[in-house]
Design a binder for this molecule. Sequence first.
Ligand code: ADP
Length: 632
Amino acid sequence: MSEEKQNVKEEKLHFFQSIHFKIALVFALLLLIAFQIVGAVFIQRLKSDNLKTFKQRVELSSYVDNSLAQNLSSSDTQKANAKIRMILEDVNNSNITDVQVVDAKGNIRGDNDVDKRSLVGQRTTDSDIKQVLYNGRTYSKMTYDRSDNKRYYISITPLFSSTGNTNAVVGAVYIRASLESVYDSLNNVTAIFATAALIATVIGLLLAIILSSAITRPIDEMKKQTARIAKGDYSGQVHVYGKDELGQLAEAVNNLSVRVEESQEQSESERRRLDSVLTHMSDGVIATNRRGKVNIINQAACDYLDVNEEDTLGKSILDVLDIREDHTLHDLLENQEEITLDMSADDHDQILHAYFSLIQRESGFISGIVCVLRDVTEQEKIDRELRQFVSNVSHELRTPLTSMRSYIEALNDGAWKDPEVAPSFLKVTQEETDRMIRMINDLLKLSRMDSGRVKLDLELVNLNELFNYVLDRFEMMLEKDNNDTHSTKSKNYTIKRDFTKKDLWVEIDTDKFIQVIDNIMNNAIKYSPNGGVITCRLLETQNHVILSISDQGLGIPKKDLNHVFDRFFRVDKARSRAQGGTGLGLAISKEVIEMHHGKIWADSVEGQGTTFYISLPYHEYDDDEEDLWDEN
Ligand code: ADP
């Protein structure tokens, strides 16, 4: 059975994929975003405040505006211009780069910039100033001067007549102020803020790395431990750093490791037990998955089916059992019937019974099939023999009974009155009765031997002497037959003896052994032609004595040679029956010889004769033993 091992592939984790990195990154990004938002709001607010203050500082006081308006209303242009110049020179604001005064007609009346004084008296070309003069509303804007790369604030304020009609625009003041100081201070603040944010982010990142490593270190240890568990190494323990969730998880992993080890050991010992049960079972066992593919097969099943374990694993059970033609997997799943497999080959018989059952989960899900193979060859053989035996016995008894019934019927019908036929009819019924009694006695003998109830009455006998004695009896019977002129003449024969001179002492049950020789001799006489020679031999080999009886009869066909010792077997049934044979003589002889640990067999050439051999184990007594024997 192949061991199922979990293949655990440990994937290499990139630093960028790790939780360690992700926590640090998220932390740093959060800090950055927070600083961004705070910074943006703060700087925006600072900028608008600064700009507001700047604009307030840049505006001229209303006193200046009024005096400028007065001067613009004056008819003495020369004088007014001089005054305007004085007023503008008083403007003391370092941010203001240019202040220009324009009258209602658009003529430039004064400028604080020395370089632009030449413009005084000329008409202004600035459309914004013209617009303000026209609609009398203050105008301001921020511009960027590409020539010097600076931002400027431009404010154009209309001047109204301080006398009479207040709505009359008498001119406008154009102020241009550099915004650089505002932006410089804003840039400074932004730079300080950015530096602070950067430092805070770096510190935050470092803290995040330290913090995340405190989280990921136990996780990493647990990951390694679970990988070891998966590989079957349960020795390690995860370090429990604290009582927090990770600590509890670490304890759970340690517990899990112990539990997995226990259940692994348990399932391993179960597996070993199952393996040993399967290996030592005399029945074959095949288990499949739910698709019918073999995943377990024990040695007995391999032996029965004459296959290798490797060749069958993964194959369909239908192919392994070679039942695809007559059965489908569905049949096996549905019916789980018992199947008889005839695996007999030329040289041996083998009949297997396959019993099927399902491997089912509690939910009813079928996860496989188990097939148990049992070798029933012997059982089948015994059953067949028993059936054959019963049929033989019935047949053997029916024949004499049928013939007796017809004779008795004839006698009953009036033949008893006929002195000619009645005695012969009665003789036949008596002969048939005798034969049936003989047969039943033979069957009883065999049955006693089968059940082991027959004990041998062993004695040390000189086989030489015993064989001579039996043959002498046959010769005497022949002589008596020949002298008795009134008896019906039976067959004539000659007995030839070819014996070793040596006395052969063997331990046998004399009566039973004589019955065996009688039976073989009777057969030899029965199946010999009239006047045939029956040759009896007795010889010894190193460990055996061999006794043989050869006749010159019709012989036994080769194919029947082994069967003549079977119960009721007769080469020629009618002939044997006619001669009063029961077909059990040789079967009894075989049982008797086997009880003596000997062997009996036949050899024959059809038409020329048959030889029956009996061999018995023989142990030669050495001289010392013989001396002892003699003394006794
Ligand atoms: P039976 O009572 O018929 O003789 P046995 O068991 O003694 O029964 O013999 C079985 C069969 O073996 C006989 O029917 C006969 O066909 C055959 N057989 C036995 N001995 C001989 C022999 N010497 N020559 C030829 N056939 C023999």
